[in-house]
Design a protein around this ligand. Structure first.
Ligand SMILES: [Zn+2]
Length: 106
């Protein structure tokens, strides 16, 4: 269990680093948009990609924090929805998951 926690802490650090890179990108765009409209379109498209990556990263971070809270409460191995035990192999592959396979698929 403590292994899983350590793994999640590493993931959080990793995701936070990614987030700051996305934020740095978004701040740069506040500057000059390229005057060339084709390049500008490309730039806007890139920004949209970064926006959605940023959103994805934020929701991953939220999920990891929920998982850590549940681990602290001693519920880390239990499904958040049905209360059944989460398969340990599933936890190895997805250390941040808080639901069992059945609930994830259902
Ligand atoms: Zn379940």
């Amino acid at each position: 269990m403590s292994n899983r926690k350590a793994e999640l802490e590493i993931l959080i650090t990793d995701l936070n680093e990614r987030l700051s890179r996305y934020e740095a990108h978004q701040q740069r765009k506040g500057g000059a948009l390229d005057k060339d409209s084709e390049k500008q379109a490309q730039q806007v498209q890139n920004d949209e990609v970064v926006d959605s990556l940023e959103e994805e990263t934020r929701s991953e971070l939220a999920q990891i924090k929920t998982a850590l809270e549940r681990i602290d409460q001693g519920l880390g191995g239990q499904c958040e929805k049905c209360g059944e035990a989460i398969d340990s192999r599933r936890l190895q592959v997805l250390p941040y998951t808080t639901v069992c396979v059945a609930c994830a698929e259902g």
